[in-house]
Design a protein around this ligand. Structure first.
Ligand code: 5AD
Ligand code: SF4
Length: 452
C-alpha cells in the first residue's frame, strides 16, 4: 500500500515540476512515507529525522515531510522533531504539492491529517481523483502497477494499528478500477496488483448487482495488454472464497498465488487476536483453495510472542505452518501498538529472547518446506516477469531477477548490460518483459536458471 502511495506522490510531484534526486544533499524536499505496523519501522523514521536535524542546521531551507500512517497516528506530536515541516496522513497525499509550496513560499509548518479517522470523511473524493489521475507504473518493477481496490480496514485484530490509521473499510467502484487498469495497459503495463488490507472482502453494490473480487478479476482479465493479475492481501474467511478460487482456476491471467496470513496456529491466541477463525477453519480454507486450484502457491504471515503465547501455543503454530505447506512465510515478533486493544488490555509478557527464538525456529521450519518446494522446479522451464538486474549482479556476469506467476523469485544470467550489445531477445534489457527460464539450481527462497 505504501509503495503505491509513494508512486502516486512521485507522479503528482513530477507533474508539479519536481524531479527525483538520488540523495539528501541534492534535495530541496525530503519526504518520508511511513509505516506504523511495528515499532521498529517508526524508530527508523525517527532516527532519520534526527539525522536531518543536523543537515537542516546548515541548510535551513530544506523542507522535510512525514507522510503516511505515522503522520496520521502521531499528528502534530511529530513537530517535536525539529526537522519536520509537513505532517500529512495517508488520506491527504493529494495535498502534498500544495503543502510543499506553502512550506517553501510561506516558511510555515503545516499539517493535514484526518481528524476523526473512524468517521467517513470527504477526503475520499480527493483521493479518488488523485488516484485515477496519477495511477502509474511501479517505479521499481517495470511493466507492473499497483491499483488500490479497497481503503482501510474494519477488522480490528487486537494487535493491529491499521484500522486507526487507514480508517474505515471501503471498496472503490469497479468502473474506476477497470478504467485505471485500462489506462495502465495502454501505457504498457502488463501486470496489475490489486491492493486491499482484506482484498477478498471487496464488495461494491451498484443497482441490483453486487461486485466481489471474483467479478473484478474477471473484468480486468478482459483488458487487452494485461497479462498477469495479482491481489494482496487475503483474510481467512469463507465469504466469496469459493468464487474467487474458481475465477483463479478458470482465468489464465489471474496468478495462482494466495497470500493468506494465519498469524497463529493456537485457537487461544487466535481468539485473543480477535481473528474470528480457528486453526481448523483456516486449514479448511487452504484445503478448499488447493482442491479448486491444485497448483496454487500459498504464502503466510505469523506473529510470534503475542501476549500469553505459551510453548504449547507456539508448537501449534509450528504444526499449522507444516500442514499449510506455504511457499514462504513472513514472520514477525509481536510489537505492541499504542491504542490497539491488545496493548490496552494485555501485557507484552513474552521476553524478547523468546520472541527471537520462536522467530528463528519458525523461519527454519518454513525454510525446509520452501527448500523442498523449490527443488520440485529443477529441470523445469518457468515463465517470469523480469524485474531488472539482480542486487548481486556483477558487470562481467550480468544477472537478472524475475518472478513467476506463483511469486517465486528467479535469478538468471541476463543479456549483456553494456550499450550496443543486444540481448538474445533483441533489446538492451528484458526488464518489464516476460522471459522463459530453465531452472538448474535452487535455494529455499530463490530459483536459479538459464534464459531460454
Ligand atoms: N506486531 C507484529 N506484527 C504485526 N503485524 C501487524 N501488526 C503487528 C504487530 N503489532 C504483522 C501481521 C500482518 C503483517 C502485515 O504485519 O502478521 O499480517
Ligand atoms: Fe490489521 Fe487485521 Fe485489518 Fe489485517 S485484517 S489490516 S491485521 S486489523
Amino acid at each position: 500500500m505504501n509503495k503505491l502511495d509513494s508512486a502516486l506522490i512521485e507522479a503528482s510531484l513530477r507533474s508539479s515540476d519536481f524531479a527525483l534526486v538520488g540523495n539528501v544533499e541534492e534535495a530541496d524536499v525530503v519526504l518520508f512515507n511511513t509505516c506504523s505496523v511495528r515499532d521498529h519501522a517508526e524508530q527508523r523514521v525517527l532516527s532519520h529525522l534526527g539525522h536531518l536535524k543536523h543537515i537542516k542546521e546548515s541548510r535551513p531551507d530544506l523542507v522535510v515531510a512525514v507522510v503516511g500512517c505515522m503522520a496520521q497516528r502521531l499528528g502534530d506530536e511529530l513537530f517535536k522533531q525539529p526537522a519536520v515541516d509537513i505532517v500529512c496522513g495517508p488520506a491527504q497525499i493529494a495535498d502534498i504539492p500544495r503543502l510543499i509550496d506553502e512550506a517553501i513560499q510561506e516558511k510555515k509548518k503545516t499539517i493535514a491529517v484526518t481528524e476523526k479517522i473512524r468517521k467517513p470523511s470527504s477526503d475520499g473524493q480527493a483521493l479518488e481523483r488523485f488516484e485515477t489521475e496519477y495511477g502509474v507504473e511501479d517505479g521499481n518493477i517495470p511493466g507492473q502497477a499497483y491499483v488500490r481496490a479497497m481503503h482501510g480496514c474494519d477488522k480490528f485484530c487486537s494487535y493491529c494499528v491499521v484500522p486507526y490509521v487507514r480508517g474505515p473499510e471501503t471498496s472503490r467502484p469497479p468502473a474506476a478500477i477497470v478504467e485505471q487498469a485500462k489506462r495502465l495497459a495502454q501505457n504498457g503495463v502488463k501486470q496489475i496488483t490489486l491492493l486491499g488490507q482484506r482484498i477478498n472482502a471487496y464488495e461494491y453494490k451498484a443497482g441490483d448487482k453486487t461486485y466481489c473480487l471474483a467479478d473484478l478479476l474477471a473484468m480486468i482479465s478482459d483488458i487487452n495488454g494485461i497479462e498477469w493479475i495479482r491481489f494482496v492481501t487475503s483474510y481467512p474467511s469463507q465469504k466469496f472464497f469459493t468464487e474467487i478460487m474458481q475465477v483463479i482456476a478458470a482465468l489464465p491471467k489471474v496468478c495462482r498465488y494466495l497470500h493468506l496470513p494465519a498469524q497463529s496456529g493456537s485457537d487461544k491466541i487466535l481468539k485473543a487476536m480477535n481473528r474470528g477463525y480457528t486453526s481448523a477453519q483456516y486449514l479448511e480454507l487452504i484445503d478448499m483453495a488447493r482442491q479448486i486450484v491444485p497448483d496454487i502457491a500459498i504464502a503466510g504471515d505469523f506473529i510470534v510472542g503475542f501476549p500469553g503465547e505459551s510453548d504449547d501455543d507456539f508448537e501449534q503454530t509450528v504444526e499449522l505452518l507444516k500442514k499449510a505447506q506455504y511457499k514462504n512465510s513472513f514472520i514477525f515478533k509481536y510489537s505492541p501498538r499504542p491504542a490497539t486493544s491488545a496493548d490496552n488490555r494485555l501485557e507484552d509478557n513474552i521476553p524478547q529472547e523468546i520472541k527471537t527464538k520462536r522467530n528463528i525456529e519458525l523461519l527454519k521450519t518454513q525454510e525446509k518446506i520452501s527448500g523442498k518446494l523449490a527443488q520440485s522446479f529443477l529441470g523445469k522451464t518457468v515463465k517470469v516477469l523480469v524485474e531488472g538486474p539482480s542486487k548481486k549482479s556483477h558487470k562481467d556476469n550480468p544477472q537478472l531477477v524475475g518472478r513467476t506467476a506463483t511469486d517465486w523469485i528467479v535469478v538468471f544470467n541476463g543479456p549483456p548490460a553494456s550499450a550496443g550489445e543486444t540481448s538474445p531477445n533483441g533489446g538492451p534489457s528484458l526488464a518489464g518483459r516476460f522471459a522463459n527460464v530453465k531452472i538448474s539450481k535452487t535455494t529455499p527462497l530463490t530459483l536459479f536458471g538459464v534464459l531460454i
